[in-house]
Design a protein around this ligand. Sequence first.
Ligand SMILES: Cc1cc2nc3c(=O)[nH]c(=O)nc-3n(C[C@H](O)[C@H](O)[C@H](O)COP(=O)(O)OP(=O)(O)OC[C@H]3O[C@@H](n4cnc5c(N)ncnc54)[C@H](O)[C@@H]3O)c2cc1C
Ligand code: SF4
Length: 508
Amino acid sequence: MRRLYVVLGDQLDLESVLDEAFDPAQDALWMAESEEEARRTWSHKARIVYFIAAMRHFREALRQRGMPLHYRQADYATESSSLAALLAADIQRLKPQQVVLMRPGDWHVRETLRAAIEACAAACIEREDPHFMTTPEQFADWAQGRKSLRMEYFYRELRRKHALLIDADGQPEGGRWNFDADNRAAFGADGPGWVPEPETFEPDAITREVIAEIEAHYADHPGSTAHFDWPVTRDQALQALEDFVDQRLASFGHFQDAMWLGQPYLYHSRLSAALNLHLLNPREVIEAALASPARHQSLAAVEGFVRQILGWREYVRGLYWLRMPGWLEENSLQAEQPLPSFYWNGETDMACLADALGQTLKFGYAHHIQRLMVTGLYALLLGVRPHEVHAWYHAVYVDAVEWVELPNTLGMSQFVDGGVLASKPYVASGAYISRMSNACRECRFDPRLAEGESACPITTLYWDFLDRHQARFENHPRMRMQLRNLARKDVSERQRIRAQAQQLRDSV
Ligand SMILES: Cc1cc2nc3c(=O)[nH]c(=O)nc-3n(C[C@H](O)[C@H](O)[C@H](O)COP(=O)(O)OP(=O)(O)OC[C@H]3O[C@@H](n4cnc5c(N)ncnc54)[C@H](O)[C@@H]3O)c2cc1C
Ligand code: SF4
């Protein structure tokens, strides 16, 4: 054999994996289901199902095309093996002269696979992943010498480079780079009303078999597979994209930050996992959004969506490769609390958290504001050890791949880097959740109160957070207002809040 092309579970796009040198007469593809990968993080069962079901459907597509493929299906009878050990065994067996590895989406996986290939004395050819619109090297060039690495400036450069939403005179369409300010609406008191249901996909025979295996072999893992309805093939992913663009994109931007109890998807796309497994290409997703009538109905919606894919998605990946592995060790706020156990079962009296955690365990999904301003916010305010927060987010969402999960969790949500990704910590009191959802109406706590029996734990912890970190943020221009409000509280009130916050920590 001349070359063995490695296809990882989040690289299910043949056009990206193969280069022009691929010759089916002397080369072959290699895929493996690694149990150790599923266990390395205590993955939600639906997350494991998603990866394995998508891989097995991809295997079928490759077989139908007559591609030479070595596929290692999970063998639950023998001891679980790491991806690196499985690859090493097959290199010994197949003896390829070269192993072609497309950059994995996980720092640890990349290191271990490269080491395994080298240990087998095969040449490792590493390719950049053409699925993304920016390479880590291009991002590093952009970041070089900059004092501040804000997403907004990176995004504007990509808009110009790819001529997306740019007028003939080189100016941003609609006269603004960013319609973020138009994208923060809440629903009225009566709620969202009718929202088009997203297209869902009933598990076929292949997926049903995977579900049965996962239920049998990962019974102690969190989450449910009973509601699994995600797109696991390219055709299904394209259907999901078309459905989103036709049905929900026009309202996506406006209600991007809004929440409503029992409504997990609202106007969100549900496309992240399909994108992260490469069933969809970011370019085609952007093109579909730009070609849709929604562009003329609401430029703010379409720009908001393009910003998530072209801006945030590419930006967090660039930062991941720039900052790993050190990012994993940072803890700028010295957070040392354990993660509350209710994150794993959703059992809490806090209505906002119970809802976000409940749907996470049920579907493996929560939208961005639920992740950032409910589950992430509570962990940040409580002061949970970043490692534990990262392990939880990596485990529970069907779209979790480390290059995107880690920057969002550690950088954006937990501020571990002291302001590299986010200019300030995303902190708010219960008043924010009260404004953006109906959760507080259904809760036994009162978002206005920081002390006493009915005090909202988020509000208590918010003031306590500002109190604990006052010295650090007092000269921060974007936190001045919050600290000015804290200064209005007298010494005894602040002491009482501190004591109540401590009780919350002690009860974890
Ligand atoms: C703490 C935390 C952890 C997160 N973990 C993940 C993760 O493991 N995997 C993941 O894909 N996203 C993650 N995100 C980003 C974002 O929340 C999800 O991409 C989004 O909720 C997925 O739902 P959707 O497809 O309906 O997205 P939509 O709201 O419809 O957004 C459209 C698309 O934009 C992209 N996008 C939006 N926001 C971001 C972002 N901040 N970073 C990168 N891409 C973005 C996604 O591809 C998404 O599918 C995380 C965010 C936070 C705050
Ligand atoms: S009162 Fe506090 S805990 Fe209850 S739903 Fe509102 S923000 Fe959440």
